[in-house]
Design a protein around this ligand. Structure first.
Ligand code: PGA
Length: 253
């Protein structure tokens, strides 16, 4: 049984004061939830978030990581540094990194490897643009993005890692993939992983992301291969985010 996970990607939002209020709201609502829950604040707030979340069960992850381990890479933050401040997870390959900051499939694979080497759980994001969906290339694009990492680390390198399918046209647009559209891609990803290694295919959690809200979470999480969500906008409101977490917990029952 794959335990559901709901992760909040806070992106470039918040302040020390607003983070504290949000984290306190989240930790207060976590008790008894069977879902794993994670928050991903901006780098500079991670250490404080780890301290605030301590003993609550809330996981703290980063939104990105350097592919390099150390050296003359001004502005970068390494996987070991993220571990050092208490992070357990890191998002790699978010579409905003790919499209706005030039993260190629190869760089995403290098970041994935760097995360694994430092003992972090990578959350690998994949997904097609609107033009790619309309051109009928969704499966090919997603398969290429997954293959870049599989080729770099091998099937066993995905052991314990998490995938997130996030169609670019659904991120921050209010336009969600239908449960059936999402399920079809999730199934394709699982089949691709299973072809490389049956156990990895069965055990890997695949999250859906892109305009998930309290109102649409349950129908998405009811699909067989959707194991939780990666949530942007709706993760900035504790009550809304907890409603999504409860919908994922309902997947278990
Ligand atoms: P959204 O973002 O929930 O605001 O669409 C999702 C994401 O970018 O991870």
């Amino acid at each position: 049984m794959r335990r559901p996970l709901v992760a909040g990607n806070w992106k470039l939002n918040g302040s020390r004061a607003s983070n504290r209020a949000l984290l306190e709201g989240l930790t207060a609502g976590l008790a008894g939830l069977s879902t794993e829950v994670m928050a991903c604040p901006p780098y500079v707030y991670l250490a404080e978030a780890v301290a605030t979340a301590e003993d609550s069960g809330l996981l703290i992850g980063a939104q990105d990581v350097a592919e390099q381990a150390s050296g003359a890479y001004t502005g970068e933050v390494s996987a070991a540094m993220l571990r050092d401040v208490g992070c357990t997870h890191v998002i790699v390959g978010h579409s905003e990194r790919r499209t706005l900051f030039g993260d190629t499939d190869e760089r995403v694979a290098a970041k994935f490897s760097a995360a694994k080497a430092a003992g972090l759980v990578p959350v690998l994001c994949v997904g097609e643009s609107l033009a790619e969906r309309e051109a009928g290339t969704t499966e090919a694009v997603v398969a290429r993005q997954v293959a870049a990492v599989l080729d770099a680390v091998g099937p066993q390198g995905l052991d314990g890692a998490i995938l997130a399918y996030e169609p670019v046209w659904a991120i921050g647009t209010g336009r969600t993939a239908s449960p059936e559209q999402a399920q079809a891609v999730h199934r394709g990803i699982r089949d691709q992983l299973a072809a490389a290694d049956a156990r990895i295919g069965t055990e890997t959690r695949i999250l859906y992301g892109g305009s998930v809200k309290g109102a649409n979470a349950a129908e998405l999480f009811a699909m067989q291969d959707i194991d939780g969500g990666l949530i942007g906008g709706a993760s900035l409101d504790a009550q809304e985010f907890l409603t999504i977490c409860q919908a994922a917990a309902g997947r278990d029952s």
